[in-house]
Design a protein around this ligand. Sequence first.
Ligand code: FAD
Ligand code: DHB
Length: 385
Amino acid sequence: MRTQVAIIGAGPAGLLLSHLLAEGGVESVVVETRTRDYVESRIRAGILEHSTVELLKSVGLGDRLMREGHEHRGIYLQWPSERHHLDFLDLVGRSVWVYGQTEVQKDLGRAREAAGQQVIYDVRDTAVFDSTEPHVTFTVDGVAHRLDADVVVGCDGSFGPTRAVVPGTTWQRTYPYSWLGVLADVAPSTDELIYAWHPDGFALNSMRSPTVTRLYLQVPADTDIAEWSDERIWDALSIRLGHGQDGWELTRGPIMEKSVLPMRSFVQAPMRRGNVFLAGDAAHIVPPTGAKGLNLAVADVTLLAPALVALLTEKDPRLADEYSDRALRRVWRCTHFSWWMTTMLHTSPDPFDAQLQLSQLRWVASSVAGATGLAENYAGLPIGF
Ligand code: FAD
Ligand code: DHB
């Protein structure tokens, strides 16, 4: 097989890249280890920042998002006995949208299918070769295949094979806690997300739809999910989110899914070697507290697609040469914001930290300067920042 761009991974980065390349007249083939069903039902992120929404709308992927997604003006920041609303629209003129990554995946999957995009699911043994003849090899049902391309892009997430052929410097940080994530079949108890600091640990009240709630609890890094019965989860959420305070109630319901998500930060630079590029989680991951992972993947491919179109159709290498540096500016901004949100909201064994966190939260909630900084980063900086 031969194509212009071989894309490894059919997550949001890989499928959106194939969509944007097609808009620019560049052909691609996507290879993916999982099945389409698996990719489209994987429960992950839920918040789209302003520039992600604008980008999806501008390339014909916004119809269902506008119909079924929910625009939020801001978030609530909370600590015991206080809850404050930060209004991003008032503060920075931008909002965010609640729309699950599963739905983004489905919209992308349908759009690529309608356009006749070749996505090869359920592959094994993917290997990437960077040379004067860049290519990818893989097997399907035990049969070996070779895909030759002008360019290979690793959109294969944090465990994919492409990063290994793009040597560089890596920076990483692990956090001593995880998130226990819960999907519950119950109407959200809040109109907008609640980020709650509590001496027992952080809690987040999010949602997916008017009937489905998404919740998270800070738990120790080595937590075994079997230790957390549904009742224990709801009890911890009630305490940390302030059930009963000022008449607010957390409504309980059947838990449909629960899992423990480790937290770490990772950045690899540069995001290119020769004809092999990296985008999304393949190059960087952030802890989820700032809701940035999916949005960063979208921002990367929004920069990369025009760069590859110029490179392959006009033989103009300038944008491709700038890609890594430009993408990394935003990556580090989001890495810092995610670290800042994480360390401000997650409790540590050191009581000194608790006082610093509460002081920081009070400042963010009461100062226009503090609130604007959070709003600008959460609602998202412009693409190309
Ligand atoms: P991915 O979505 O990881 O896609 C990579 C794709 O490559 C996958 O489909 C994978 O199967 C495929 N692949 C891997 N190896 C190979 C191979 N050898 N050959 C072919 N294909 C391969 N972000 C948030 O903002 N909020 C959240 O709550 C949140 N929760 C998360 C929970 C989990 C468990 C994880 C892993 C991530 C979460 N994230 C969250 C992060 C967010 O989902 C990611 O940042 C986003 O999915 C990045 O998109 P991507 O396309 O770069 O990578
Ligand atoms: C969700 C996940 C996040 O990491 C976050 O900061 C906000 C919401 C969610 O899955 O809904």
